[in-house]
Design a protein around this ligand. Sequence first.
Ligand SMILES: *[C@@H]1O[C@H](CO)[C@@H](O)[C@H](O)[C@H]1NC(C)=O
Ligand SMILES: *[C@@H]1O[C@H](CO)[C@@H](O)[C@H](O)[C@H]1NC(C)=O
Ligand SMILES: *[C@@H]1O[C@H](CO)[C@@H](O)[C@H](O)[C@H]1NC(C)=O
Ligand SMILES: *[C@@H]1O[C@H](CO)[C@@H](O)[C@H](O)[C@H]1NC(C)=O
Length: 304
Amino acid sequence: MFWLFVFLSCLPPHSSALRRNDKPIIGVLAQDVFSPKPNKTAYVAASYVKFLESAGARVVPVMINQTREEYERLFNSINGILYPGGGVSIISSGYARAAKIFYDLAIQANARGDYFPVWGTCLGFEQLTYLTSGKNLLSYTNTSGVSLPLHFTNDTKTSRMFKGFPAELMDDLASEPLTENSHKWSVSLLTFNKNKKLNKFYKVLSTNTDGQTEFVSTVEAYDYPIYGTQWHPEKNAFEWTKPYIPHSPAAVKTTFYMAEFFIGEARKNFHTFDSEEAERKALMYNYSPVYTGRKSGFEQTYFF
Ligand SMILES: *[C@@H]1O[C@H](CO)[C@@H](O)[C@H](O)[C@H]1NC(C)=O
Ligand SMILES: *[C@@H]1O[C@H](CO)[C@@H](O)[C@H](O)[C@H]1NC(C)=O
Ligand SMILES: *[C@@H]1O[C@H](CO)[C@@H](O)[C@H](O)[C@H]1NC(C)=O
Ligand SMILES: *[C@@H]1O[C@H](CO)[C@@H](O)[C@H](O)[C@H]1NC(C)=O
């Protein structure tokens, strides 16, 4: 009896917290190409796939223009979703439509205890601010092609995102230009602070400025595993087409620790495909990226 008591008392109060999915699969949202051709209507930059794979996940593409039923089935099969950067409308594109469906499903799932993480990078971040606020709150900033140090807020200390980062890397992020910005549009800190829907939903973890406008550069939702960076964590390790992408050891560690954090979140989700066959068919491994480095900002791109 005594030993039974000792044994039980060693269990944490919620032993379900010990459950972990070591085979996470992340959906990466495709987006409409600028000039569609047969078999080339949407794309995913390969760097997002490598980013997620480097931290122990597998990837499935989330195609645009699918039915709501298809998206619901996919949502219940994957363990998180990433909205990548790019250049399509956050209001009317195929990307925007799919992003809204998955965002709404994620909010509902998380509210009933089904932990489903969502990550937005650059355009994906902007898309998240649109989905949360219901408004296009973007304004112009001179930030299309510059690496910046993060200006951390006081809330960074209590964040989930940066909790596992080495102290030395946090110092480097705050002092060296390790975060690559490729955007003309931003949510200014003033606009963010004035919008109740945004500032109640997201904690601001970092800001940046173009010299004129202070804008929000990293957020995490208070009550949901929803994360956004206006900058590009995936580029430091995997993109080489632009001279302003940093590749120092600290820059490459930044890529890895961001991925590591997000995949850690995805390991808390237990969605699975209906069968191994369905899983195999969905995986990105069915597609081959092509070399696009000479004419685009991406070294390799998947086309669908
Ligand atoms: C498009 O892809 C399908 C199957 O992936 C292939 O059968 C077809 O020939 C392709 N069409 C073009 C125009 O490349
Ligand atoms: C996706 O839907 C949009 C808007 O309905 C349409 O303009 C586009 O051609 C579609 N793309 C594909 C690949 O079907
Ligand atoms: C935009 O920023 C760059 C540095 O990133 C600077 O060289 C340029 O002068 C700026 N342009 C304007 C219009 O402020
Ligand atoms: C952040 O913390 C510092 C030191 O505690 C304090 O001086 C500063 O006012 C705080 N900033 C904000 C925006 O709360």
